[in-house]
Design a protein around this ligand. Structure first.
Ligand code: GZL
Length: 332
């Protein structure tokens, strides 16, 4: 009985393997170049990074490179120096090289449909990380892994609303926006405004892009200080711009965190140090360590598994007190 049973099991396993292989290929029918991640061929991932504009970006790049190495993937990596045309060139080069999967963090929301259609026609699946695109056709990418930037803006707004709920008189806010046209800049501004509009005292008296960099953040804050004698709050869309602004505030003889309350987003090491010193009053975390989730998504896509169209990263918020306590535990 056992013998016959053994034969029966062997036949069944053979049949299952044929079916699985067929399902595998049919599930990836549109992806001509894909191969099952569980196979023994090395997976090639092409990643087109935004640039190296901030501490957040450096941590994000390190996470992707380390995770690709751990996954045993062959990673092709490019730095677009915050220029969309460079990212598009990289994506086209990955298509030419017939990589198995393309992933990228779109520097701005618009202008991707043509190149994403080229990737789709070439049968190469695309995964978005960190930032979204505004394409109406969501078949152009398999999933978007990243933070909810509107919620990050809301968190910043809620803290400010509470801090000034009993204040009398106007609270003058200046805003350093991220890269113009980028999802984080658009959404962090929208989320913040959605919350603070419920208190007429909270007034954004100036708002300008600092392009997510320390240098530009300092330059724009200098111009804010020249043009406005009575600034109460700075809302910076990332730590690097807040840190540049702190240099300008101190050069103007003012105390960051006291004369001007500062709210920032990201939570990189330098931001936490400034917060632990009381120079930044509130930090909304934006998790850059997306590498592990990206590599899992690459495997799932190549194995023909269904994956969520949207994978949201977990993150927290920190006051100066929290930052002092948390600083030793920060990974980036
Ligand atoms: C957010 C990311 C932003 C960071 C900045 O996910 O795209 O870009 O907040 C970085 O520090 O430059």
């Amino acid at each position: 009985m056992k013998k016959h049973a053994g034969l029966g099991i062997a036949a069944m396993l053979t049949a299952m393997m044929i079916v699985t292989a067929a399902c595998g290929s049919s599930a990836n029918e549109g992806d001509k170049n894909s191969k099952p991640a569980s196979g023994d061929q090395k997976i090639t991932l092409g990643f087109a990074q935004v640039g190296a504009e901030s501490g957040w970006r450096t941590a994000n790049t390190n996470s992707i490179k380390e995770s690709a190495a751990e996954a045993g993937f062959d990673l092709k990596f490019s730095d677009a120096q915050q220029k969309q045309e460079n990212q598009i060139k990289s994506i086209r080069s990955y298509i030419q090289q017939k990589v198995d999967v393309i992933a990228f963090s779109p520097v701005v929301e618009s202008g991707w449909d043509t190149v994403l259609k080229e990737a789709k026609d070439a049968g190469i699946p695309v995964i978005l990380t960190d930032r979204a695109v505004d394409s109406k056709d969501d078949t152009l990418y398999k999933t978007f892994i990243g933070s909810d930037f509107v919620e990050e803006g809301r968190s910043a707004g809620k803290w400010l609303l509470d801090k000034y709920k009993d204040a009398d008189g106007d609270v003058n806010i200046v805003e350093l926006q991220g890269t113009t046209g980028s999802a984080p800049a658009i959404d962090r501004k929208a989320g913040f405004e959605e919350i603070i509009k419920s208190d007429a005292k909270l007034k954004v008296i100036a708002s300008q892009t600092g392009d997510f960099t320390r240098a530009k953040g300092k330059e724009v804050m200098q111009s804010f200080l020249k043009a406005n004698k009575d600034i109460d709050v700075l809302y910076a869309h990332n730590d690097d711009m807040a840190l540049g602004a702190i240099q300008a505030i101190e050069a103007a003889g003012l105390k960051p965190g006291e004369d001007i309350v500062i709210i920032s987003v990201d939570g990189v090491k330098d931001g936490f140090v400034a917060a632990s010193e009381g120079k930044i009053n509130f930090i909304v975390e934006c998790n850059p360590l997306l590498g592990p989730q990206l590599m899992q998504a690459v495997r799932d896509v190549l194995d023909g598994k269904e994956i969520e169209k949207r994978i949201v990263t977990e993150e927290g918020v920190f006051t100066s007190e929290d930052a002092k306590r948390e600083l030793p535990n920060r990974k980036y």
